[in-house]
Write a protein that binds this ligand. Structure first.
Ligand SMILES: [Zn+2]
Length: 123
């Protein structure tokens, strides 16, 4: 389950930050995830709860902001906003078409990354 290992990584990042500030309690974790990462926010929240059980982040709230996907066309140079179709959820295939010239010669410039933006701790 891809969400669980991801939840654990988030926890490790948050934990390292909290320790740096001499805190032993994390109360909130703010996370940005790209829409094209295929991560399901609800599953991630459940996994985060499991991954942090008994740790300094137990009970911390995971606040997720989903960043839309963007592609850049190699033919016309314009950018388009894209989201995953149901089909690409099933197959994992991600071929995005430029919304301006319909070319498939595109590259993803946004929406494939996830990162911890901020955490809230108790001192
Ligand atoms: Zn184009």
């Amino acid at each position: 389950m891809h969400e669980f290992s991801f939840a654990y990584q988030i926890f490790k990042v948050a934990e390292a930050t909290a320790l740096k500030y001499n805190s032993d309690k994390i109360t909130e974790v703010y996370l940005e995830i790209g829409e094209l990462t295929l991560i399901v926010p609800e599953l991630l929240k459940q996994s985060f709860k499991m991954a942090t059980s008994g740790s300094i982040a137990e009970g911390a709230e995971l606040i997720i902001e989903v960043i839309p996907g963007h592609i850049k066309c190699r033919d016309c140079g314009k950018t388009s906003t894209v989201s995953l179709s149901d089909e690409s959820h099933l197959t994992g295939l991600q071929l995005f078409q430029c919304k301006h010239c319909e070319s498939k010669n595109t590259e993803i410039i946004d929406g494939k990354k996830a990162n911890v933006r901020n955490i809230k701790i108790q001192e």
